[in-house]
Design a protein around this ligand. Structure first.
Ligand code: GDP
Ligand code: IMO
Ligand code: MG
Length: 427
């Protein structure tokens, strides 16, 4: 009986899709609990690369039940497209279910996401997928839920609550013509054939799986520093990717989560705006970007790259209650002569060990670096941690000590067989 939450410890794109896929070989159920198709999770199986935005990364296993939990915001158009994409690749979605409580991304959410971003003085660099505006409606209690798609009447009723206000904002604030209810209703009812059979009480399925002693993996999207509460606000997403978001986003008790694994890159990346203390705007940053193919899975934007930041990961260990780390992309550092790790920040002559809340402070923070030797050796075919070059092993030990959490998984390439499990996660 194990429920494992897998969370991003940085600014997203840590390799959650890959690690979820690896762990899903042993799990019975994989659940997404927050975010939406702002996520882009990559899974490489043999010669095929799958990019998943909404459907859990466990979907490539025939027998694994995949659930989109109530905490996710679902764009039905994207969902239908992703189901089609998987079917074209010969992947079954027979075990996919969606919470009827999940909120729906509507056309006006996507338009508002773009218009709000254009209007902002301080740009966030959102993915433009309508995520923020959909969560706004959820918390304004004027959202449309998946169960509203069950009949024309219920969808119309839900839209009557919200569309007049959206149109007023679109027309009067943004000079946009707005949306006609009939058009939205017709489009969204068109998705019902695919979607209605998938709607269920996903919380109950997870509860029953746990009662039956099955392994359940909760797949986080985004990352700790994109968390609406714990991230670098306002340069964050509109949900709680941290482990605390998993219980309400799935509909389980927090005491039912047995382990929390933090996925962490061997360095740091960020897409979009906001401060980044260990950022490298130089040839090493470019080398990491090229070696790690650091271009966004969702928007194709170049990711900003920097050294591993132990201050950030210490914070991630704390706010997620991490029980273990999965270290990814270690192989990207294979080419480097010397490696640096940010162990503290210096703020106006003062040493900070803990990540500050105030972005004005963060912007002025200078990284305090520890210097380590690189290994200049190819690690991509190493199958056992003890066979890694001595300097790479020393790097891992140093990071564990710095952040106070054991590394349980080491990944040296995108493929499944480029993964070393130091400690079994599911029996
Ligand atoms: P996610 O959003 O956390 O699932 O991560 P993304 O899929 O957006 O980005 C991670 C990228 O790194 C993907 O292209 C993966 O295929 C790739 N990847 C994952 N683990 C490794 C690794 O250990 N080494 C290398 N070289 N690539 C990896
Ligand atoms: P995965 O799951 C990286 C970033 C966006 C932007 C901010 C807000 O693949 O790790 P949003 O559209 O959510 O309102 O954008 O959050 N962002 C991500 N960055 N990986 C992601 O997901 C992200 N999802 C959102 O770039 O800075
Ligand atoms: Mg991603």
């Amino acid at each position: 009986m194990t429920v494992v939450a897998l969370v991003g410890t940085q600014w997203g794109d840590e390799g959650k899709g890959k690690i979820t896929d690896v762990l899903a070989s042993k799990a019975d159920v994989v659940v997404r609990y927050q975010g939406g198709n702002n996520a882009g999770h990559t899974v490489v199986v043999g010669d095929t690369t799958y990019k998943l935005h909404l459907i859990p990364s466990g979907i490539l296993y025939e027998g694994t039940t995949c659930l989109i939990g109530n905490g996710v915001v679902v764009d039905p158009q994207v969902l239908c497209g992703e189901i089609d994409y998987l079917h074209r690749g010969g992947i079954s979605t027979a075990n996919l279910y969606i919470s009827e409580r999940a909120h729906v991304i509507m056309p006006y959410h996507k338009v508002l996401d773009r218009l709000e971003e254009e209007r902002r003085v301080r740009k966030i660099g959102t993915t433009g997928r309508g995520i923020g505006p959909a969560y706004v409606d959820k918390y304004m209690r004027m959202g449309v839920r998946m169960l509203d798609l069950k009949s024309r009447e219920s969808l119309e009723q839900a839209l009557d609550q919200t569309l007049p206000l959206k149109n007023e904002i679109l027309q009067n604030v943004y000079g946009h013509p707005g949306f006609r209810k009939e058009e939205i209703v017709d489009e969204y009812l068109g998705y019902r054939k695919t979607i209605l059979p998938l709607l269920t009480d996903t919380s109950l399925l997870v509860y029953q799986a746990r009662q039956a002693g099955q392994g359940v993996l909760l797949e986080g999207a985004q990352g700790t520093f994109l968390d609406i509460d714990h991230g670098t606000y306002p340069f964050v997403t509109s949900s709680n990717p941290t482990s605390g978001g998993a219980a309400p986003g799935v509909g389980i008790g927090p005491n039912h989560i047995d382990q929390v694994i933090g996925v962490v890159k061997a360095y740091t990346t960020r897409v979009g705006e906001g401060p980044f203390v260990s950022e490298l705007n130089d040839a090493i940053g470019d080398l990491i970007r090229e070696r790690g193919r650091e271009y966004g899975t969702t928007t194709g934007r170049a990711r900003r790259c920097g050294w591993f930041d132990a201050v950030m990961i210490r914070y991630a260990v704390r706010v997620n209650g991490l029980t273990g780390l999965a270290m990814t992309l270690l192989d990207v550092l294979d080419a480097l002569e010397d490696i640096r790790v940010c162990v503290a920040y210096e703020y106006r002559g003062e040493r900070l060990e803990h990540f500050p809340a105030d972005l004005n402070v963060l912007r002025e923070c200078k990284p305090v670096y520890a210097e380590l030797s690189g290994w200049k050796e190819d690690t991509t075919e190493v199958k056992d941690v003890t066979d890694l070059p001595a300097e790479a092993q020393a790097y891992l030990v140093f990071l564990e000590e710095q952040v106070g959490c054991p590394i349980q998984i080491v990944s040296v390439g995108p493929r499944r067989d480029q993964t070393m499990l130091l400690h079994p996660i599911f029996r």
